[in-house]
Design a protein around this ligand. Structure first.
Ligand code: NAD
Length: 337
């Protein structure tokens, strides 16, 4: 295959970014865009005269030249559209979250496990962020020593959603980051949160993941906060790493800090605190969306497995649904099997 022929479903604010990004990738050829908003279609048709625009989703399945479909419609449509296109033999990229129920996510995962299934990639954008890839390398190379724990913050004032809580709206990114960095699936989840603006829709959530290795991760999401924060903090036995996406440059800082114990497990003689240098690794300035789309197109072209496939999508939905169950029972720990 010289170029991957792509159809995009959903050309709203994020779909527009995807379209713009794909138009800069040589191996991608966007042939068809489907959206139910007629005005949006008319506007985009003027901007992209070589692309066919349609309001009918079946125009994609009817068009035999399409290799891959990208779904950037609102999340309630993700599971049904993904299933439809996988079953019609198309490689699919679906925005996060892959589905809104565990049953739907499991069904999609099962479809992809069949031998003849096309590939499915989920839009876990931030694992393709070059700065987070550099954090991943620092962990994998054991430069930070043993990984102890991770916490993340995704905070801002607004956008206050009416149809989904802060967990579903904001946490998929952080959950996918944590799973990518820890490379382990949690065995328990607990969440506390509160709804202040809209009854029953949590504006702030603290989600805790516990892992079989004893590590923990805490994810704090809120749209009711005075600060805009996008942060990941990784604490290891030798070093600590901070990723701060609000910094225009120098997004990753590595702190040579830690607590060192003298003596044995039975008898601790002393504990010394180490304050060393702060190192700022050079991180390539590539756009995460460009890296993500290039990865999808390359997986389709070369028939390779995506880094954020159906298994990763399912893991995120499993944690989100367990988080909701815990929220409803005032922070009860939900065991994951
Ligand atoms: N990865 C990221 O960082 C990121 C960022 C923003 C949004 N998103 C995801 O992208 C998706 C879209 O978000 P958005 O902010 O662009 O929303 P949006 O409302 O701006 O756009 C959605 C578009 O889908 C169209 N649409 C709705 N139902 C449709 C249907 N049945 N068939 C065809 N088109 C349909 C709408 O007309 C609209 O143009 C969501 O799943 C969201 O979670 C991801």
């Amino acid at each position: 295959m010289d170029q991957v022929n792509v159809a995009l479903v959903g050309a709203g604010s994020w779909g527009n970014n995807i379209l713009r990004t794909l138009s800069r990738i040589d191996d991608a050829n966007v042939k068809l865009v489907c959206d139910i908003d007629t005005n949006q279609i008319k506007r985009l048709a003027r901007e992209y005269p070589a692309i066919i625009f349609t309001e009918k989703i079946e125009d994609i399945t009817k068009n035999k030249s399409i290799d891959a479909v990208i779904i950037a419609t609102p999340s309630p449509t993700h599971a049904a559209f993904t299933k439809m296109f996988l079953l019609s033999g198309h490689a699919v990229f679906v925005e996060k979250p892959m589905a809104l129920t565990l049953a739907d996510a499991e069904e999609l995962f099962d479809i992809t496990q069949k031998e003849s299934s096309p590939l499915l990639m989920v839009g876990h954008l931030l694992i393709y962020h070059p700065a987070l890839e550099s954090v991943h390398r620092l962990i994998a190379s054991e430069e930070i020593g043993t990984l102890y724990y991770i916490y993340t913050k995704r905070l801002n004032l607004g956008i206050v959603r009416k149809d989904e809580n802060a967990l579903w709206s904001l946490a998929p990114h952080d959950i996918s980051i944590v799973l990518d960095l820890i490379e382990e699936k949690p065995n328990a989840v607990s969440a506390t949160g509160s709804a202040y603006v809209n009854q029953g829709i949590e504006d702030v959530v603290f989600l805790t993941l516990s892992f079989p290795s004893g590590r923990i991760a805490q994810i704090h999401v809120s749209w009711l906060d005075p600060h805009k924060e996008r942060k990941v903090v990784v604490v290891g036995s030798k070093k600590m790493v901070v990723f701060d996406d609000m910094q225009p440059n120098e997004k990753v800082k590595v702190y040579d800090k830690g607590a060192e114990v003298e003596g044995s497990a039975d008898y601790i003689e002393s504990i010394s605190i180490r304050h060393g240098d702060i190192n700022i690794p050079l991180v390539p300035s590539a756009e995460p969306l460009m890296k993500e789309m290039e990865h999808f197109i390359s997986c389709v072209k070369n028939d390779t497995s995506p880094r954020s496939g159906a298994g990763e999508g399912l893991a995120v939905v499993r944690i989100l649904t367990a988080g909701v169950e815990s929220l409803k029972s005032h922070g009860k720990t939900i065991e994951l099997t």
